[in-house]
Design a protein around this ligand. Structure first.
Ligand code: SF4
Length: 387
């Protein structure tokens, strides 16, 4: 008997809407779903924040002492994901100021990745021969408390002006060795569609440019930004890689799912770059759940970054051992596709250094004793002609 398919279930049904937190219930859908409205209505003051969550005395003090240094800014969509009563809520920790930000350690650095040092012209970091970072804005929908670029993100006076963009484009045009451009910020999707299309069309017209990547957290903090017309515009400039930054399964909402769907349907390749954050995602089961959800959203878990030595984020840092334990509990225990690279971006601009648990138990001449994820041991022999 032929199997009869009665209904088609999609994984989309497993993703729930982020909701309105009982604060924005009266906002018409046409506004709520509009990314410009979301940007304009960002939660920036304590008074606004108090309508969404019960602000603790510590959060109040942290806001008052840090807001001049690194502003608070949270889209209503992302704010609605916060737990009203739990100060340890992972969304809250990532977006509401914490007292730990005021604790600057002697080992903290203003520019830990030395991005400004390797800047041949303003707005371009050119460290590796064949690829560059191209900064196009310093605005973001949410100012993440763990941001590694706190030195300039959220400061409107540091945004790239049109003249600076032209200088950057000219630099890329003249350097034929560049084949890969990371369009970054801040969040490049804070640019208008027209401005982004101008940048992409200029880059695509350069014969030596093979791929570009958009480094964006809009899929997480402002999924309304991914409109049909934006996705259609991107599809003209393939191959386009979108590198996003989900840190917790709570961020994987129906809205985020839909944003990823539009980009994947438009032919973009989606990769996630999670940052390992104490209290947010420093447990293997959280990372595994996140990565499983990402795969259903057609996003490949690509990197787990060890938190950088940036000033004001040391309270988020975990020991390296925590990252290695997470890797140990992923490899073998879930699909290889759900196992990202764990990397430390070396302070001082040394690049990404991958870290793995050690699976080589011992080496005796040509004989290696290896262990698998269950700690079972196996012998492997290297070829004789490898001398
Ligand atoms: S979106 Fe990225 S650049 Fe913007 S504040 Fe967050 S981490 Fe920093």
């Amino acid at each position: 008997m032929a199997y009869e398919i009665k209904t088609i279930n999609t994984v989309a049904d497993r993703f729930k809407t982020g909701g309105r937190a009982g604060v924005w219930d009266d906002v018409p859908d046409k506004d709520w779903d509009n990314w410009i409205w979301q940007q304009q209505k960002r939660v920036k003051s304590l008074e606004q924040l108090e309508k969404v969550i019960h602000v603790t005395p510590e959060e109040r003090e942290a806001f008052e002492k840090s807001n001049d240094l690194f502003h608070m800014g949270i889209t209503p969509y992302y704010a609605a994901l916060m737990d009203r009563d739990d100060p340890h809520c992972p969304i809250r920790l990532q977006s509401v100021p914490q007292l730990g930000e005021l604790n600057i350690l002697p080992t903290d650095l203003e520019d830990p990745l030395a991005e400004e040092r390797d800047m041949p012209v303003p707005g371009i970091t050119h460290r590796y021969p064949d690829r560059v970072l191209f900064y196009t804005t310093h605005n973001c929908p949410v100012f993440c408390r763990h941001c590694t670029r706190k030195r300039k993100v959220s400061d409107p006076s540091s945004a790239a002006q049109t003249k600076q963009l032209e200088v950057g484009l000219k630099y890329i045009e003249e350097h034929k060795e560049i084949r890969d451009v990371v369009i970054s910020g801040g969040d490049p999707l804070s640019n208008s569609d027209d401005r982004l299309e101008y940048i992409l069309s200029r880059l695509r017209a350069m014969e030596h440019i093979e791929v570009f990547r958009l480094g964006t957290r809009n899929l997480v903090t402002l999924p309304q930004r991914i409109t049909d017309s934006f996705a259609k515009m991107l599809s003209k400039y393939h191959p386009v890689f979108v590198h996003t930054h989900f840190n917790h399964p709570k961020e994987c909402t129906a809205e985020a799912f839909e944003a990823c769907r539009k980009l994947a349907d438009a032919g973009c390749v989606l990769n996630n770059q999670m940052v390992l954050l104490k209290g947010v995602n420093d447990k293997a089961e959280i990372v595994k759940e996140l990565n499983h959800k990402l795969l259903m959203m057609r996003v490949r878990p690509y990197y787990i970054y060890q938190c950088d030595l940036s000033q004001g984020i040391s309270h988020f840092r975990t020991p390296i051992e925590t990252g290695l334990e997470i890797m140990e509990k992923l490899r073998g225990w879930t699909s290889g596709m759900a196992v990202p690279y764990y990397v430390v971006d070396a302070p001082g601009g040394g690049g990404k250094i991958p870290l793995l648990p050690n699976y080589v138990v011992k080496k005796e001449g040509k004989k290696l004793t290896l262990r698998n994820f269950k700690n079972d041991q196996f012998e492997y022999f290297e070829p004789e002609d490898n001398e």
